[in-house]
Design a binder for this molecule. Structure first.
Ligand code: TYC
Length: 119
């Protein structure tokens, strides 16, 4: 007899087959291969006193695929609160976005800062 346990909602320890003292060789229990979802990272935009509002709006449109209205709203949130999450991505994509924004800001000589943190 082959038993396939549905272990999707079980913690690892509960998903392990119980040890049998009578050693019943007729039952084989398959365990689920455990795949972990990769962690996600928030990309944060920081306020400063010098970067023009229109530049930040442009950055949000260009690198984060926002509409002009969305970008303007998020820019204002950063301006008023100091920081806002502008997207959530895999580590590699988040790193790329941060690099693109920092590079673009530096090339235009604006002090705009963008960082990432684990969600
Ligand atoms: N505070 C800036 C200004 O008044 C605008 C700004 C908004 C700068 C968002 C950075 O991430 C930022 N010109």
């Amino acid at each position: 007899m082959l038993v396939r346990l549905d272990t999707s909602a079980m913690p690892v320890t509960a998903a392990l087959p119980p040890s049998r003292e009578d050693g019943d060789a007729r039952i084989a229990v398959q365990t689920r291969p455990r795949t972990k979802r990769p962690p996600l990272y928030k990309v944060l935009m920081l306020n400063d006193d010098y970067t023009p509002m229109e530049f930040v709006v442009h950055v949000l449109e260009r690198f984060f695929g926002m509409t002009h209205a969305q970008a303007f709203e998020i820019m204002l949130t950063v301006h008023k609160k100091g920081v806002a999450v502008v997207g959530v991505f895999s580590h590699e994509i988040a790193e790329t976005k941060v690099g693109q924004v920092m590079d673009f800001a530096r090339r235009h000589q604006h002090p705009l800062q963008c960082t990432m943190e684990k969600e």
